[in-house]
Structure formats: C-alpha cells, structure tokens
Design a protein around this ligand. Sequence first.
Ligand SMILES: C[S@@+](CC[C@H](N)C(=O)[O-])C[C@H]1O[C@@H](n2cnc3c(N)ncnc32)[C@H](O)[C@@H]1O
Length: 280
Amino acid sequence: MPERPVGVDYSELHRLDSPANRLLRDSIWGAAADIGQQSFITPRYLDDIIARLRIGPDTHVLDVGSGTGGPAVYIARATGCRVTGVEINEVGVETAGRLAEGAGLAERVRVVQGDALHLPFGDAEFDVAISLNVMNVFDDKTAVFREVRRVLRPGGTWAFLSGTFELGPDDADARARLARGYLIPQFYDSLAQYKRKLYDAGFRIDEAVEFISDFWVQVGRWGDAYRTHRDAVAAEQGDETTDYHITYFRTYLDLIEQGKASNHLLIARAPGGDAPDTPV
Ligand SMILES: C[S@@+](CC[C@H](N)C(=O)[O-])C[C@H]1O[C@@H](n2cnc3c(N)ncnc32)[C@H](O)[C@@H]1O
C-alpha cells in the first residue's frame, strides 16, 4: 500500500460532524462560537471586519478560501449581503453548500470550487474581497493579490486576515516544524513583506490592524483540543498528522510568546473608483 502522505488537504477537517471533529470543535468553541469556521476565526473577528469594511445589503463579497463556509454564512446573515466563496477543496464546498442551505441563505451564499490563483470569475465582479487564515498556503502571494485585484471593481476593498511572522536565521527549526505541521505546505510572510506585495500588485493600503489577543487564545485552544483528544483524533486522521498538528500549535504559540508571530488584518484598496489613488 502506498504510504499516505502527511498533510495533503483539508478534507478531514472539513467533515465538521465527524466524531473527532465534534470533540475538537466543542473543545475549541462550544456551540455558541462554532459558526462552521475552519480557522482561528471567531464571531468577534467577523463583527469587527464587517464594521471596518462597511459591508451592507448591497455589497457583493468574495471570500477567498472560504473553507466550510461558516464565515460566509455569518457575514451574509449579519449584513444581508451576498457572498460568493471560492474554495479548492471539494469537501469544503459541499459542507458550505449544506451550511448555507440549512441557514436558509442558499440564495445569497454560493461557494464554488476553484483556485485562488485562477479565480473562476470575470473582471470587476465584486465590491469587497476577504480571506480568512488562508494566505500562508501561497508561495506567490503577489499573484493571488493580482487575481483578486482583477475581480474587484475599481476602488473595491481587499481585506485578509493572516498570521504574520518575523523569523530570522535562528528560527530554522521552528520554520521547519511549522512547514510540516499543517496539512499543506505553508509560506510565512512578515507584515512588511505582505505590504510590499500588496503595493506590487497595485493596491493602496488603508489599514494594517494587529489582532493578537483573541488569536493567542485561539491558537492555544486548538493545541489544547488536539492534546486532550489526541487518541480519538489519531484514530480518524492518523497518528502522524495528529502529532504534527500538536507540534504546529505548540510552535505557533511559542513564536507568539517570543513576539515573532502575530495576526494581522490588512485592508487595501484597488485603484480607481471614487477614492483617490494617491494621498491628497
Ligand atoms: C485555514 S482554512 C480557512 C477556511 C475559512 N476561510 C475559514 O476561516 O473558516 C484554509 C482554506 O484555504 C483553502 N485553500 C487552500 N489552497 C487554496 C487555493 N489555492 N484556492 C482556494 N482555496 C484554497 C483550503 O482548502 C482551506 O479550506
């Protein structure tokens, strides 16, 4: 039998109601804060993002890497807006469809299978694009940003939440542990690197907001949940993947405590529209 590679995709995590995922999700969020997210996102983050981006009933939002669709459903329900998600993993797409249907929001929340590097949409289709805890999977982030810019209307808003890392030559071990630890390869950028890549893709940056307090708690909770339910998770997801996850969350938390990892919301604007392209 061929060896099962570690960390191929998100399929196992995207089956939200599997026995192991139920244990993990109940430990991390409990019923009140489990909105069908597959990330470090909480309702509080989403409320903050909705307010900052002024999402309302007339906004058409693109959610890049929408996962199981929980954040898309939450945003559509809270604002009356339309959300289109794009997600590469088919289990995530199916789960998101069921979630939207169950929430009675199938007309306003649609998730399509596709790759953020080749977005399956025409030019200028969206007012706002968001992405939540996805950017680390992309080696070429400038290429993703250019694709997002293409599908945004002139003056549209691009906002993504991502871990940010200040790693030096002494952090080679930590970098290797993180890289193997989370299902698919990860590519870590510092805040400065993100800013430069946004400018390279033609965006103007409006805000870079550090969201660290909840983030620290969320990373800790994921790690605690994996340790507490290690055997049940390993029975479903395999020993190797489970133990890599535990190492990943421990490493992430250590880096946060050393001041080398954080979590930022970057809000940028596409050129054109009513907003001035250069400061006045
Ligand atoms: C940590 S999850 C976040 C999901 C969701 N944003 C949330 O907060 O619940 C990252 C997601 O990115 C998706 N993804 C990875 N590579 C992608 C790509 N090239 N295009 C679209 N989605 C991708 C993964 O399948 C996964 O669902």
